[in-house]
Design a protein around this ligand. Sequence first.
Ligand code: ADP
Length: 670
Amino acid sequence: MKFENGLLERSELHAILSSIADGVIVTDRTGRIVHLSSSAEAMLNTKSDEVVGKSIPISILLGRERQTKKGLVFCWEEKGCKEKKCPVYAKENPRCWIVGDTCPNGIKQGTFRDKVKKCRTCEIFARNSRILEEPLATIIEEIALNEPPNKILQIKTSPVVDELGNFLGFVRTLHDITLERQMSAMKDEFVSTVSHDFRIPLTSIKGYVDLLLDEEAGELNDMQKDFLTIVKQNSERLVNLINDFLDISRIESGKIVFEIKTHDIKSIIQEVVSTFKGLIEEKSLRLELKIPDRLPKVLVDHDRIIQVLNNLVSNAIKYTFPEKDIGISVDRKGNYVVVSVFDNGVGISPEDQKKLFTKFYRVDSSLTQETGGSGLGLSICKTIIERHGGKTWVESKEGEGSTFSFSIPIAKEIREPELIKQGIRILVVDDEPDISRLIQLYLEKEGYYVIRAFDGEEALKMAKKERPDLITLDIMMGKIDGFEVLQKLKSDSNTASIPVIVLSVILDEKRGYSLGAADYLPKSVNREKLVESVNRLIERTSEPEKKKRVLIADDDKDIVGFLEINLKKAGLEVVKAYDGAEAIDMLKKEKPDLLLLDLRMPKMDGYEVIKVMKKNKKMCEIPIIIMTAYDFDHGKTEILNLATSKVSKPFSMRMLTSRINETLIQGKNG
Ligand code: ADP
């Protein structure tokens, strides 16, 4: 029996170390293993006898690749020090700093503890300590073992220092977090599945409420409009909530890959400002922008920083009373750019400020209750900024306002891309000068030459006179709206071939594509999507090849509509027929390069169409893809075999487009 006189004996200490549930590994000042507890033995599948007394690097013990010693530096070398009296001078062991008596200016002084105090800010020590896995203070890391029992371990490494402050070695505790990680992965999976399942019905609810509000199903009285608006707002709230849930779980689990690139923070802010213009005006707030002219580029994921700013600006608007000020300022601080969103709003108490960035935290006030929100926004912002290597903070005074700031790293200066696309002219049509200017900036950065029109009439005139290579077109404009402009452009042979990208808050893609738009992008304008679309279309028009024409023959109007949108998106020209007789007519008139044929149709069915085609010299070469939701009529296999290929409904658009492309290529080569 021991443990009695208040002092521990050596064997007792050993017993205690071995009984700790977490694994324990102790190394001495030279790196030799002096203790490996039984829990550690089990976790690492190693026997204590085999390793104790040996200088086995910890990385090897954990089954990791051994760290290379590349990057180790000697302080005397790095600093150009010639102090020969210093015991570290010209020594080959970079661990001198930790095991030897390091001394400034050759005077031996200080214990490990003293040295740590002095050296903590020293980059050389920090770097060496990282490479040698020998930290100056406790560090925590997580590793997954590659070999059975394949645990996930959290490892804490701390220097062991005696009461005099001398360095004795390191102690590592290994905590098994496999179960926690598995549970957390299951939770993420659950949140993600449930959220997706919610989103599908919500998409329909939102979509059909929008249709009702647009009076697509008949005129509405004021009360009906009010009620539907409430449904719309609440379904949007629900969508936002679900998106927040999904986002936080995906960001935390690392499922979202950040696309870190060089960006101009000023244009990111302008993008955000244009999104909120309406809301700011609605609440009669004044918006102030304090952005210096010359700012370095930042290294960020564009969409994620937009998300952070959207959140902060939306909060500033929500928690500020009408007719007050909100604003955004930008400052350079060392290697970072600090962006602040400030407001003259209700402010936040010091107590609440401490908890704001935690998940689901919302200030307990009537204004917060009235204002919709999940309490996840700021927590998402913090996580996103941390993933960029930056920080997030708040300064606020109750009743006076708040400033939310974050820092993001500066990109190393790189030269602007060369203007490689000179000579290509784009007409930007928008009645909002700010937005039009923004689009102009985006496109000019890409090397395009931009001309602008501010209403429909001017757009039509300029398109005819200037014959631009591409047009971006807003829909909501006074006098002539965008759809009308599009229709006029497409029906005039001078302008019909100019690709048009519709940029609009009105999400009526179907109408846009049926009028001949080449692409349909939502506003606010997403720079990358716009540039991608412009580049793609310009590339396509500069190809000499003519667009391929596809005839869709199907009596189901919804399917024809859906196919038309998708095939146009894929760069094909579309002609349509709703029964067999019309199909034959169109085959003669339009001379399509391919026929997409439904089998069950009124007047003349698909089998008949094939028979007629194959007897006609001009039509017999046109490839046919049959689409049907029913079983093929086996009595008519001979006719069916005359078609190039068959697809069963429902089919995926990706499959169908690739089938079409294959058929068209085969047609060209054969
Ligand atoms: P949400 O706005 O969805 O509730 P957030 O995480 O964005 O969630 O914000 C958490 C809480 O912080 C809000 O509920 C609000 O009480 C407070 N808050 C955020 N921004 C401001 C602001 N600009 N002024 C005052 N309070 C704010």
